[in-house]
Design a binder for this molecule. Structure first.
Ligand SMILES: Nc1ncnc2c1ncn2[C@@H]1O[C@H](COP(=O)(O)OP(=O)(O)OP(=O)(O)O)[C@@H](O)[C@H]1O
Length: 266
């Protein structure tokens, strides 16, 4: 579903695209026929009621679901011209970084949180420089530059989440998946992350799962509203209900369910 995106087919190629994507866990269908295009250097918000499959969808994009042996997918996911099953899963996870709901720094120093991933990926450049550059990108450098060898676990929640974002950025991904990255943070830390994401979209493509309607409406360019339906056999399945520019989804949605969800009358 790629609606009314004036600039999309004419001016931009999708960086990531699903084609009739359906997902199953233990034979239960979780997502049905998802057709979604993600455009480069945009923030795409994924919104919808709990259980509609938002996390499951984005975990398809870095092939994380495949670690669960009950998982099955039907349909295609293309990165550029290539179906992601043809790509090496280690390479995919470098190209498609992920930031989780709860900040999850390694129980190591601030420095090592970034340096470890670089070493594991065989980084050939200057690690000190890259650590500094990544911490500057998330506006954390000035706060931690004198304590780089202290445990990352001593940082505040907001600082830990910015460190996790820096750790992801250090590997130079094309796409960053963010699964409710601010849900464990206070409003001031959330506002800082919002500003940060807005800056980062100049360099990266961001897919943001969020329950925070203010966050989605303030910083995203495009919004995909997912909903849940009940099948004839009584199963609940998630589907893409409406996808458009964020401004349209929040101010002139075509569907009543979208209107109700974004205005919290769902
Ligand atoms: N590994 C798994 N094994 C079995 N079922 C799963 C697994 N992961 C997710 N599910 C099921 O898939 C459905 C969608 O879950 P998912 O977490 O993707 O939804 P969501 O929209 O992100 O929800 P929320 O907004 O509450 O985080 C749920 O019914 C969940 O129980």
């Amino acid at each position: 579903m790629n609606l009314n995106l004036e600039y999309s087919p004419l001016h931009q190629r999708a960086i990531l695209q699903t084609s009739d994507l359906s997902v199953f866990f233990n034979k239960a269908q979780i997502l049905e026929n998802i057709n979604l295009k993600i455009y480069p250097h945009k923030i795409t918000a994924i919104i919808g009621p709990s259980g509609c499959g938002k996390t499951t969808l984005i975990r398809c994009f870095n092939r994380l679901n495949e670690l669960c042996n009950q998982f099955k997918r039907v349909g295609q996911i293309y990165m550029g011209d290539r179906e992601i099953s043809q790509l090496n899963s280690v390479e995919i996870r470098r190209q498609v970084g992920m930031v989780f709901q709860k900040p999850n720094p390694f129980p190591k120093s601030i420095y090592d949180n970034i340096a470890l991933g670089l070493r594991v990926n065989g980084y050939q450049g200057d690690i000190d420089e890259c650590v500094e550059y990544s911490l500057r990108q998330v506006f954390l450098w000035d706060e931690v530059k004198n304590n780089l060898y202290r445990s990352a676990l001593n940082l505040s929640g907001g600082q830990q989440q910015r460190l996790c974002i820096a750790r992801t950025l250090a590997l130079k991904p094309d796409i960053i998946l963010m699964d409710e990255p601010c849900s464990a943070l206070d409003p001031i830390s959330t506002a800082r992350i919002d500003e940060l994401l807005y800056e980062l979209k100049h360099y990266y493509t961001i897919i943001l799962v969020t329950h925070n309607m203010q966050q989605a409406s303030r910083i995203s360019d495009l919004t995909a509203f997912f909903n849940i339906k009940t099948t004839e056999t009584g199963e609940k399945v998630g589907y893409l209900s409406e996808y458009d520019k964020t401004e349209v989804i929040f101010h002139h949605p075509k569907q009543q369910a979208t209107q109700e969800y974004v205005s919290r009358r769902f």
